[in-house]
Design a protein around this ligand. Sequence first.
Ligand SMILES: Cc1cc2nc3c(=O)[nH]c(=O)nc-3n(C[C@H](O)[C@H](O)[C@H](O)COP(=O)(O)O)c2cc1C
Length: 202
Amino acid sequence: MKSLIVNGGINMSKRIVSVIVSSVVAFVAIFLFGNMNGNTVKAATTATGKVLVVYYSNSGTTEDAAKKIQKQTGGDLVKLRMSPNYPSNYDKLTKVSKRQIDKNIHPEILNKINMKKYKTILLGFPTWYQRPPMFINTFFDKYDLKGKTVVPFSTSMSSPMSVNRPYLKKMVQGKGINLQSGFRANSSKSINKYLKKNNLIK
Ligand SMILES: Cc1cc2nc3c(=O)[nH]c(=O)nc-3n(C[C@H](O)[C@H](O)[C@H](O)COP(=O)(O)O)c2cc1C
């Protein structure tokens, strides 16, 4: 009987110790996990920094994409203005834009943008002649984007984003810009997929 009580006492103490140990383990785990989670969120916010969505659109498709991207990222939205402005007439536009390529013309961009406050820049343009329009050259001539991350996005009739990459790579050469692969922005699905994967959603 005595031994039963003693054994029962020992068993009870063991149970109490085990409850205390598991509570401490659970508490430490929750504390560490919570902190880790906090750090992850913090790191992502710092990595993204303040976001700029800057774009040009002639017939509205890239503008739609830019607005969706702005909403998702919570960034500032700026539409580029060129001088002379691109014609909205399709035939005239094809002539002007082709001539710029053939003559290596970098058309003037009129916007004054204070790039200092941005860490990540989403740069949107329509794909013209299987490449970025020539004002994208001007964009990289004009703004000092050293140390910043540039995420290009483009809309097109069918060309994939990859056609633009060799041109963009060349434009940023030696400028200390962190150029990302970017994405074709013709659908909400492709936009959301890229932004989510790259931790760019606000
Ligand atoms: C001058 C010109 C050249 C184009 N070249 C291509 C091209 O090479 N590949 C393609 O898929 N679409 C091409 N397009 C179609 C545009 O990329 C597409 O319509 C784009 O979404 C237009 O964007 P926006 O509405 O923002 O101006 C071209 C359009 C124009 C006006």
